[in-house]
Design a protein around this ligand. Sequence first.
Ligand code: NAD
Length: 253
Amino acid sequence: MTDHLAELTGLRAIVTGGASGIGLATARLLAARGAAVAVLDIDPSGASAPLLGLKADVSDDASVRAAVTEAARRLGGLDILVNNAGIGAQGTVEDNPDLQWQRVLDVNVLGMVRTSRAALPHLRGSSHAAIVNTCSIAATAGLPQRALYSASKGAVLSLTLAMAADHVREGIRVNCVNPGTADTPWVGRLLDAADDPEAERAALNARQPMGRLVTADEVAAAIVYLASPAAASVTGTALAVDGGMQGLRLRPA
Ligand code: NAD
């Protein structure tokens, strides 16, 4: 029996936002399993060998097209696209001006559209084609102070389902992962901005059902599963990696 999960040798992957956090953990795991991996990032300096780091801004169509073409040329084709680049925003609808809405939707939603559009012609040449989008539990839960971010991730979830339907007959699978709060540099920056970062981290951990944050490696493992031939019959799904945040209803302590 072939262990499709362990063995990705011969497959070629692009990870956007792959120079930090969840994207970097995913790129490293794909490479550890034998895939050839290109990281597309506005700052690719965090992606070291064997990862191929390419500078690309997902909010710029020409930049995305050039980088995807370059990656597919250097990798010799493309089997896996991980649409992971994203930015955050806090506040209610009254707090974020139009310009901020446009910026976040441009990166978080249109960024995935642009990369997918550039990658699809290459993915059609693969017999194991898969797209995995990094979504969030914010797509399906009503989180306070996250109107803009939640709307962007709700769109990512709908986009994932619609693309899965559009491309299923072409043999291209499309899924997403919904992380809960994951311990990445992004969350580290938010905690560092608090008056008392240690107290803030302790309070954040205490709010999690497992008493701790999700790790980037745990989210990466789910992304790599969905991207791998082990998930050959899985498309149009959202896999939550959230320590039970969404599904559990715990009794108050
Ligand atoms: P991170 O800030 O550690 O990494 C994000 C990476 O994306 C960085 O390398 C950054 O340079 C890159 N990036 C940002 N804008 C870009 C652009 N326009 N073009 C190309 N690259 C760009 O963040 P992370 O926590 O690893 O988040 C990764 C993804 O996971 C995001 O889509 C985020 O919404 C999602 N997510 C994160 C959490 C969490 O708690 N950390 C939870 C749910 C979902």
